[in-house]
Design a protein around this ligand. Structure first.
Ligand SMILES: [Zn+2]
Length: 365
């Protein structure tokens, strides 16, 4: 038996919900985490036709990139496509889960996939995120330090990119005086105790904080555990927006645009004036990524592929970069396969399908 929460755990280990933008609504939108999963249908947009497909294919979990609900609904009466979709999903016991900007922000997410499809090499995150890391400092009797360290590592502290169990410690002397009604691990009530202790420090992802503190309090021998938590400004090379990388060989601008058009199966492309430079360094951001234009320029990209660029925003390229609007659906379509690959690795025998519905709301003639 595989429950929705088992699937959600895989998705959220990969793309922590805490990494979504604050306007977003990723997570389980409709459904019960304890439901047994009969099949999974993956899409970019969980519109009504996708729910119909899920019913026909006996998939009771729809995983969408875009949340169908962004802001609060006061009534659900079926007066628009969002309400009709929700009603149909609920009536047919179909859960809807959205994995949106947290999947955009994770290194191996939407833009990693797009970079791979575009044939970029040596790519890295264009705008790294900060404020995702914290540091724990704690003090522990030397004899118990290893058990505390192990507990903290097991709870997820001390990971730096591909290194685990990273910490620093030094020995020193701590003091404390147990008050009335205390049960000190060492020392006597009313007397100052000098104790050989280790000062131990390690970084962790902010969203693990409660798990790590629980582990600390459980493993530490003291009745009152002394610890400090610091917020860090370090940016994280494994999380952030957009991607930047290199094409194997430089291309003429027109040739590059034709490649984008072919690879992303675009009916049409919108782009700025040619800059006259060949294209080799490419920045990209699937979906609405115009907000990254200045970072793309500053990092020396010859071209920036994104979507949802408005008329006046094209002027901002200012002859310095070839700005390409390749379409929202077109730049995110490979995300569905990314999710399927992620889940199939863990559930190889499970029915995991990509939607056959063309959910792109934009048409060209
Ligand atoms: Zn999108």
């Amino acid at each position: 038996m595989t429950l929705i929460k088992d699937i959600v755990r895989i998705l959220e280990d990969f793309a922590p919900p805490a990494w979504q933008e604050n306007y977003d609504n990723s997570g389980l939108i409709v459904g019960d985490l304890n439901t047994d999963v009969s099949g999974i249908l993956i899409c970019l947009d969980s519109i009504e036709a996708v729910i119909d497909e899920a019913i026909a294919e006996k998939c009771n979990l729809v995983i969408a990139h875009h949340p169908i609900v962004f802001s609060g609904l006061k009534k659900i009466t079926g007066k628009n496509y969002i309400e009709r979709t929700l009603l149909k999903a609920i009536r047919n016991n179909i859960a809807i889960y959205a994995i949106h900007t947290n999947l955009d922000n994770v290194h191996h997410g939407v833009n990693h996939q797009l970079s791979t499809v575009m044939g970029l090499k040596d790519f890295k995150i264009l705008s790294a995120k900060n404020s995702l890391l914290k540091k724990l400092v704690t003090y522990c009797p030397v004899a118990q330090a290893e058990q505390v360290r192990n507990a903290l590592f097991s709870a997820g502290a001390g990971n730096i990119v591909n290194y685990s169990e990273c910490s620093f410690y030094s020995e020193g002397t701590g003091t404390f005086k147990p008050g009335d009604n205390t049960h000190p691990f060492v020392g006597k009530i009313g007397e100052r105790q000098h104790e050989r202790e280790e000062r131990m420090e390690m970084i962790f992802f902010a969203h693990y904080q409660s798990k790590i503190l629980n582990a600390l309090l459980k493993a530490h021998p003291y009745e009152e555990v002394a610890y400090d938590i610091y917020s860090l400004d370090n940016s994280l090379s494994s999380a952030g927006s957009g991607m930047i990388g290199m094409l194997e060989t430089a291309m003429e601008e027109k040739e590059f645009l034709l490649k984008v058009k072919t690879v992303l199966k675009c009916s049409t492309l919108r782009h700025t004036h040619f800059t006259g430079k060949k294209i080799q360094k490419v920045a990209l951001c699937g979906g609405a990524g115009f907000f990254l234009l200045n970072e793309a320029k500053a990092s020396g990209a010859d071209a920036f592929i994104t979507a949802d660029v408005k008329y006046h925003q094209f002027f901002d390229a200012d002859g310095q970069i070839l700005l390409v609007d390749a379409g929202h659906y077109e730049t995110e379509q490979f995300t569905m396969q990314l999710l399927k690959d992620l889940l199939i690795k863990k559930f190889p025998t499970f029915a995991i399908r990509l939607t056959k519905v063309d959910t792109n709301p934009v048409k060209y003639i």
